[in-house]
Design a binder for this molecule. Structure first.
Ligand code: ATP
Length: 398
């Protein structure tokens, strides 16, 4: 096992595409770090540079204590698991799992023992003599994992290993990968575009956008303290809502004004974000998570915490009801510069109409709100997020 470090790593492909810029990352020994971001953000490129499958244009990749920039893949002592599994169709499960060991001329008795132990860990013992075509998707994925495990590498590098599985199996295999990684304690970099996978699996998660890491933090920190609008919008599902606002100080109260409406900014928010008061009377962007918007008939109508809305779409999920709410607050969509900041984020299925905003609320299932109904939305104002209008950076410290 080993730590992995990337120091000022950059990648420019031959055609001039800059895929990764100044990437700095340290994965501790035994840690599972997830690289997450929208399609094309450079996560696969980053992983392939660690594996040695892609040359490094700039910077250093270190595995253990060794700079591996010029070390060929087979000598890096890492095992890669791909989305496609890359199994050999003509070989049995046993042969597929043991193939890497055979190439390394591991003695037969030891090879068999290692293959059987891996198969046992993965629940494949009864399938060792089958060919991949006679396995389910989940079993094939396990064989790919088995091949990585038997190698006893210094690190696992996983590139969207669950993408080809159906939703239920994905959840099951996700838990299994987490368990195996804990048991084996092998340093792991795991690439995915799925923020739920990232949050549930990662000890820490690195969020990437357009070749640049935005934030590296434990999952709960990403959720509670996103450093910018992109991370705020990328982590959490449904995504955080954004509304243009102005911070005002009125009759000894701090409020955010959004169109004709105002919400109180509680003292706890102001003290957690000392830089906020400096932006008095300036335009900024308020972020509100769907779970912090509730039907007022359920949450009550505390003063300075409500917004009038019209329900546009209602999606019952059983435990919650997702309600799309039209507000007569100008949309952030027209906000200059924001389109770029928000590119790659989840889009609302409802187009904002007439210049107003649509926000998503995660309502208690006891709500009676139906499509077309006027609804009062109660906002947990103590959980509002604030971002600068021009750069989209979160407003925290001075
Ligand atoms: P996805 O989730 O879609 O696989 P990703 O985040 O893994 O995306 P990469 O595959 O690393 O992204 O691609 C990053 C950027 O580099 C993209 O703009 C992509 O088009 C580009 N790219 C990838 N491979 C090459 C290549 N061989 N030559 C030129 N450009 C490339």
């Amino acid at each position: 096992m080993a730590r992995i470090a990337l120091s000022h790593v950059g990648k420019v492909y031959d055609d001039g595409t800059s895929a990764v810029t100044d990437l700095n990352l340290e994965v501790a020994d035994g840690e599972l770090l997830v690289l997450v971001g929208p399609s094309g953000c450079g996560k696969t490129t980053a992983l392939r540079m660690v594996a040695g499958l892609e040359t490094i244009t700039e910077g250093e990749v270190i595995i253990g204590d060794r700079v591996v920039n010029n070390v060929p893949p087979r000598d890096r002592d890492v095992a890669m698991v791909f989305q496609s599994y890359a199994l050999y169709p003509h070989m049995t499960v046993r042969e597929n799992i043991g193939f890497g060991l055979k190439l390394r001329k591991v003695a037969k008795a030891e090879l068999n023992q290692r293959v059987e132990k891996a198969a046992e860990m993965l629940g494949l013992s009864d399938h060792l003599d089958r060919k991949p075509r006679n396995l389910s998707g989940g079993q094939r994925q396990r064989v790919a994992m088995g091949r990585a495990i038997v190698r006893q590498p210094q690190a696992f590098l996983m590139d969207e290993p669950l993408s080809n599985l159906d939703a239920k199996l994905r959840v099951q295999m996700r838990a299994e990968i987490g368990r195996l990684q804990r048991e084996l304690s092998v340093t792991t970099i795991y690439v995915t575009h799925d923020q739920t996978e990232a949050m549930t699996l990662g000890h820490r998660v690195a969020v990437m956008r357009a070749g640049v890491i935005q934030q590296i933090a434990p999952p709960q920190v990403l959720y509670d303290r996103p450093v910018n609008l992109f991370v705020g919008g990328f982590i959490g599902s449904p995504a955080m809502n954004f509304l243009p606002a102005t911070l005002r100080h009125e009759r000894s109260n701090w409020v955010v004004q959004m169109g004709e409406h105002t919400l109180n900014v509680p003292e706890s928010v102001l003290s957690a974000r000392p830089a906020l008061k400096e932006l008095r009377d300036q335009p900024l962007i308020v972020g509100i998570r769907p779970e912090d918007i509730e039907d007022a008939t359920i949450a009550g109508m505390p003063k300075g915490q409500t917004l009038p809305a019209v329900a546009e779409l209602v999606e019952p999920l059983g435990a919650d009801i997702i309600v799309y709410l039209a507000l007569d607050i100008p949309s952030v969509e027209g906000t200059e510069g924001l389109a770029d900041l928000a590119s790659g984020l989840e889009r609302s299925p409802i187009a904002s109409t007439g210049g107003g905003s649509t926000v998503v609320g995660r309502f208690n299932p006891r709500t009676l709100a139906g499509v077309g109904d006027e609804v009062v939305a109660t906002i947990s104002t103590d959980r509002m997020h604030f971002f600068t209008h021009d750069t989209g950076e979160a407003i925290w410290d001075l």
